[in-house]
Ligand binder design. Sequence first.
Ligand code: SAM
Length: 286
Amino acid sequence: MATLGNPQETIAVLQKYKFNFQKKFGQNFLIDTRVLDRIMDAAEISGEDYVLEIGPGIGVMTQYLCEQAKAVTAVEIDKNLIPILEDTLSAYANVRIVQQDILKLDVNQLVQEENQGRPIKVVANLPYYITTPIIMGLFESNVPLESITVMVQKEVAERMQVGPGTKDYGALSLAVQYYAEPEIVANVPPNCFIPRPKVGSAVIRLARHKEPLVQVADEKQMFAIIRASFNQRRKTLVNGINNAPDISFSKHEVVQALKKMGLPENIRGEALSLEQFAQLSDFLVL
Ligand code: SAM
């Protein structure tokens, strides 16, 4: 039985270990069992699943995960949390605690060792200061993944989910949607955490596409074009690409490619769908 999850129990653990929160590690611990239940429902963990948890904190969600999954690896950067985790997770034989920076860990190797390379599920209340590098790192390094269910800053969840023509649409929306189907499953107010974060939060589930959503000849080039198109929001896509140091096509070539697609030369990046960026990239061949 999970023993953590409400404010009294979390405070008792923090006091027992005289734990000091480290702002630099984005430490906001969940203290609401309804939110924990919601995350577990969305993550759909079964007894067959191998779960990677990023940033377990004092192990509140880890306990829930250990109850449901076949095995859990919890990666925590803060050395001071390791003895606490060893205590709060002592009842579980299916958990491995790794003290490491998730951005430096070879997750592919971990999945190979722990799950024979079969797809895993990632569940986390993420440290917000590195949300994008964590998520894009998992996708871009081709970690075998079924889904990622994570708590992130509310605005970031919205950016991941929206489509063309909205103000939040950008490089992150396109990158995430290339790899996965996003679904915001809950909005979570600051009072569900200790200490309270200054921003609102949301739980988002990213279900990995079996195949990428669009076919594109040069994935790297497409993402360079996408980044360039959103780098200077008020500029046209043609100028954005022209100003990007890592893209060598002339203005004329980009205008011609847009023409072939039936798009005006003054169009902005935020008007293009993922399919259109893929097509544009394929028309721009070196
Ligand atoms: N899972 C806990 C919970 O829900 O109460 C804690 C979540 S807290 C928002 C983020 C956690 O990630 C903290 O425990 C923090 O120390 C850890 N963390 C921060 N940066 C990290 C990194 N680079 N690698 C691994 N863990 C990290």
